[in-house]
Design a protein around this ligand. Structure first.
Ligand code: CA
Length: 232
């Protein structure tokens, strides 16, 4: 299972970005979009996406420059989107570290299929190692959140949105997430409001509290929420 993976789409043509996003969301992925390189790179550092769909022709900084910047930071899988044969030549010649590429016009279903294939490969690189935070283990592959307690392990019964919120915050312990960020990353299929996040988080916290782990998830007044193993 990889359907909670966060896909960052960097594409300056809104219609194309929307089509790609729609197909990923339909398959249960989380998505975030950016229409230029600097915004995309900022999302990349804040949200640590599992995979990027990166257009070559972007205003200002082009896709190759964005890719180079991403590669300096780590090995986030990248699928390049190109319209031109010369870009393909460049991709092949430079071998600058894209994991795959698709050519416009493309079938969005194929983009999702390629992304799944890349994610399967990179899973073996360890992208989907279970996240541990205090007594809690979040396994993105198995789609489970398990709490170790005195009486053994308890698997939490979470809704899809609750699991997404938990996994998203647990991946960056101690980082405070604003509600709007959580809406973007975890509730992409709806026009959710901040208070919708509050309600999901409150249900999630109730479930954690029921197994004695309510302290893992805390609200930060006026800002948002965070997960941490230690509490102040
Ligand atoms: Ca473009």
């Amino acid at each position: 299972m990889m359907d909670n993976a966060l896909i960052l789409i960097i594409e300056d043509e809104p219609e194309i970005a929307e089509i790609i996003e729609t197909y990923f969301v339909r398959e249960g992925f989380r998505t975030i979009t950016a229409s230029d390189g600097p915004t995309g790179l900022s999302h990349h550092s804040r949200l640590k996406p599992d995979l990027m769909i990166l257009d070559v022709k972007l205003p200002g900084q082009d896709g190759f420059e964005v890719l180079a910047a991403v590669r300096r930071r780590g090995d986030t899988p990248v699928i390049m989107v190109t319209a031109l044969a010369e870009d393909l030549d460049k991709l092949q010649a430079l071998r600058i570290g894209a994991d795959d590429y698709v050519v416009k016009p493309f079938n969005p279903q194929e983009v999702v299929a390629r992304a799944k294939a890349v994610l399967r490969r990179t899973t073996r690189r360890g992208t989907f190692q279970p996240i541990r935070i205090g007594p809690l283990t979040v396994d993105m592959e198995a789609h489970t959140a398990t709490l170790e307690g005195a009486k053994g392990a308890t698997v939490l019964e979470l809704t899809r949105t609750e699991f997404r919120l938990l996994a998203h915050m647990a991946a960056s312990p101690n980082r405070v997430f604003e509600r709007s960020e959580l809406v973007d990353a975890c509730l992409p299929e709806s026009d959710a409001l901040d208070r919708t996040v509050d309600s999901h988080v409150s249900n999630l916290r109730r479930k954690l509290s029921a197994v004695g782990a309510g302290r893992l998830l805390t609200g930060v007044r006026g800002v948002g929420y965070k997960m941490s193993a230690t509490h102040e």
